[in-house]
Design a protein around this ligand. Structure first.
Ligand code: BDR
Ligand code: CA
Length: 309
């Protein structure tokens, strides 16, 4: 299957890219970067470093939006460190970003391929996707599906009491995407907060007999420093990789078709994902919203795929 990953690396974003590269079922057509965890110049550099780690410089990396549509930028350096990649020192990237804006790459790639054949994996704020939809409205009918790590229901918020980070950073963009009619598959905090990066699981990553396993373990150890302390769990959450892992093994996850709307008005609940889990409103279902995950199955799959790199 053909995918584009729209991302703000971020340690867990980088793991997502690596899992796609490790999976023969997936053809990664390109990566587009966006401002999120850190500013876009840094997320782009981090994406390029990720490809260098496995010697794959054949896949385009296009830099995208440097700020949300309407609101001032928000970063997550408190989780990911100043560079977004703290935990491991990687050499400077061997190449520059591919010329051309991320939004144009998304439009061109989707329009050049048969309708319904491209999956967008969005693991950062949704600014690029909304800009692309504004520039080429035909994308609504052409994108096969958007598989997104974003939102929260029972886990409520991680950047405010009610908002998940990727939605909060650009709630207006998220709203456009959730109202677009494009099939959406959502991996919210409800799923990611079950996947604790426990000591034992990080040791399994360390034991992978290649360069990538220990790097991923060190990245996740860094993320965990903040998140595990905050949540009082044995390990931090594992967010973004669920998008690619679901493409490989949908049987590891369970969810429900629901209506999801994004709050863009209230200062108190800005960026909240309002999930009609019980179908109370009768509004059109616009997303497959995941809630359950086979935790051991996910870690087994991560280990299996990274071992193949
Ligand atoms: C999301 O926010 C980022 O910090 C992570 O990379 C993930 O995409 C989790 O809320
Ligand atoms: Ca991310």
């Amino acid at each position: 299957m053909k995918i584009i990953i729209d991302t703000d690396p971020g340690q867990d974003d980088a793991l997502t890219i690596l899992l796609a590269l490790a999976s023969p079922e997936i053809e990664l057509l390109g990566v587009t970067t966006v401002a999120g965890n850190v500013p876009v110049a840094q997320t782009t550099e981090n994406a390029l470093k990720t490809f260098d780690l496995v010697g794959r410089t054949d896949i385009p990396v296009h830099a995208g939006a440097d700020r949300p549509l309407l609101r001032p930028g928000v970063t997550a350096t408190h989780v990911h460190g100043k560079t977004g990649f703290e935990g491991v020192d990687l050499p400077p990237p061997s190449r520059e970003a591919t010329p051309g804006h991320a939004v144009d790459f998304i439009i061109r790639t989707v329009m050049e391929n048969p309708p319904g054949t491209i999956t967008l994996c969005t693991i950062g704020p949704l600014t690029n996707i909304t800009l692309a939809l504004a520039k080429e409205p035909a994308l609504r009918e052409r994108i096969g599906q958007i598989v997104t790590m974003s939102c929260a229901f029972s886990e409520v918020g991680n950047i405010t009491p009610t908002a998940e980070f990727n939605i909060y950073v650009d709630p207006h963009a998220a709203r456009v995407v959730f109202e677009s009619g494009i099939p959406l598959v959502v991996f919210p905090l409800d799923v990611t907060h079950q996947l604790h990066t426990s000591k034992a699981r990080l040791e399994r990553l360390d034991a992978i007999p290649n360069r990538v396993g220990p790097v991923v373990a060190a990245w996740l150890r860094f993320e965990k420093r903040f998140e595990a302390t905050k949540y009082g769990t044995d390990g931090g959450p594992l967010h973004d990789p669920n998008t690619v892992l679901w493409l490989l093994r949908p049987d590891l996850y369970r969810g429900r078709e629901v209506n999801v709307e994004i709050e863009t008005e209230s200062a108190l609940t800005m960026g909240m994902s309002v999930v009609d889990w019980w179908g109370i409103t009768g509004k059109k279902k616009n997303a497959l919203f995941m809630r359950e995950v086979d935790v051991e199955g996910v870690y087994d799959l991560v280990i299996e795929r990274l071992s193949a790199l």
